[in-house]
Design a protein around this ligand. Structure first.
Ligand SMILES: Nc1ncnc2c1ncn2[C@@H]1O[C@H](COP(=O)(O)OP(=O)(O)OP(=O)(O)O)[C@@H](O)[C@H]1O
Length: 286
């Protein structure tokens, strides 16, 4: 299959209710330095799902996320985001991105950081309304989002006055505030201590259970993947491929009692088993 990824080109596998990665190949560099990051990757994410991606370090998780975000082009294969080309979806602000490091603007307050995306590039809103795969949602007051994430008392503070966990909460509020059709989260909690990480997981879960925004979440933590997700995607070591797609059939809302349940541990064991195969040539995952 040749590269069909020019904006506006018709996408063979496009669906207005799904994110589709179809037979994607991504090669970096050339000659002796050539690295095949992804090969024959097929993935479907249905609207409203929380999907986690886990796999050995270097297996191409971030590359796949960046392809969905339109930040990388596959060398062959297709990616579509609710029927749109990723470039188009990105330009229309259908995609929100939460990176590992929150990247807040240091001169803006917490509230300013959360509201800035909706103030700039208003043309994106007009473009978004023209895309058939965009589903309009009622706007959520940024103050309400920040309060739900435990930052109600910090809205006037500057980023340097916040802990790492608080900064990441601001980045999450910012991503939810743009009413994106999908949030892509690339190991957003990996720099946090375990206690902070678990606290933010609970807040993210509560927020997501209310908003049901489609999420693709990259993590190295098996328990985090199970706690949060409707589906866990296990990738194999480089070149990255999809090793297993595991639906997590645990009731929501997911609260502490449930998370200690045997069923949760059975899913963790199943994912670890799949990772054993995937790790054949990869390092240990937490
Ligand atoms: N811009 C680039 N140029 C060259 N090689 C790259 C580039 N980006 C990624 N790679 C390589 O592609 C492979 C996949 O990288 P990627 O960051 O997607 O993996 P990952 O699964 O997210 O890794 P980790 O879990 O360690 O964050 C790696 O071998 C990486 O070194």
């Amino acid at each position: 299959m040749t590269n069909t990824h020019s904006a506006g080109a018709s996408l063979e596998y496009a669906s207005p209710d799904e994110i589709v990665v179809s037979d994607a190949l991504k090669v970096y560099g050339s000659g002796a330095g050539e690295v095949t990051a992804l090969s024959h990757v097929d993935l479907t994410v249905k609207r409203g799902q929380f999907v986690s991606v886990i796999g050995p370090s270097g297996c191409g998780k971030s590359t796949m996320l960046r392809m969905i975000a339109g930040l990388e082009q596959p060398d062959s294969g297709e990616v579509s985001v609710f029927g749109a080309h990723p470039d188009e979806a990105c330009a229309a602000k259908m995609i929100g991105f939460v990176p590992q490091v929150p990247a807040l603007l240091p001169w803006l307050s917490v509230l300013g950081n959360v509201t800035i995306p909706s103030k700039v590039n208003r043309r994106a809103d007009a473009l978004r309304r023209t895309l058939p795969g965009h589903v309009a949602r009622p706007a959520t007051d940024p103050r309400v989002l920040l309060t739900k994430l435990g930052l109600g008392d910090a809205i006037d503070r500057l980023p340097h006055q916040l802990s790492g966990g608080m900064q990441q909460r601001v980045a999450i509020a910012r991503a939810f505030s743009i009413q994106a059709d999908v949030l892509l989260m690339d190991e957003p909690f990996s720099a946090l201590d375990e206690f902070t990480r678990e606290a933010i997981q609970v807040q993210l879960l509560e927020l997501w259970e209310q908003m049901r925004t489609t999420v693709v979440f990259v993590t190295h933590s098996v328990s985090e993947a199970v706690v949060l997700s409707d589906v866990v995607v296990v990738m194999s070591a480089r070149p990255g491929r999809i090793e297993a797609v595991i639906p997590i059939d645990l009731p929501r809302p997911r609260r502490q009692g449930l998370l200690e349940a045997a069923a949760m541990h059975e899913y963790e064991d199943l994912i670890r088993e799949k990772l054993q195969t995937a790790w054949a040539s990869g390092p240990v995952v937490r």
